[in-house]
Design a protein. Structure first.
Length: 113
């Protein structure tokens, strides 16, 4: 089994009512719990919409992830799958697609350290 990282962009509409947001959140909780029960869930969390960026040799710091909301990474999940095809198939159950969000599937590179 190999590790894969799901990166989530968009998909949550914060202009919705509290009840609709709770329903969206519950769908995410249900999906993650299904991954846990199957034994392939390694971890993950939503990310705050704030932060800082460091850039270049001088490590210049700027506030915020200055990108459009739909392009900002909003969270991640790491799973185990036999290959990228299986990781993609597993990702299709993610509720982000119900809200027109984006999910990027990335294999985690093995390092010998």
């Amino acid at each position: 089994m190999e590790k894969f990282l799901y990166l989530f962009r968009g998909g949550m509409d914060h202009s919705k009512s509290n009840q609709e947001l709770q329903e969206q959140t519950q769908k995410w909780i249900t999906w993650v719990n299904e991954l846990r029960k199957s034994g392939i869930y390694l971890g993950g969390d939503p990310l705050q919409p704030t932060g800082v960026q460091l850039e270049g040799k001088k490590k210049t710091i700027t506030d915020g992830p200055f990108v459009e909301t739909k392009e900002m990474v909003g969270g991640y999940v790491m799973i185990l799958a036999k290959d990228i095809n299986e990781a993609v198939e597993i990702s299709k159950g993610c509720p982000i697609f119900e809200y027109d969000g984006h999910l990027e599937v990335r294999p985690v590179q093995k390092m010998d350290i």
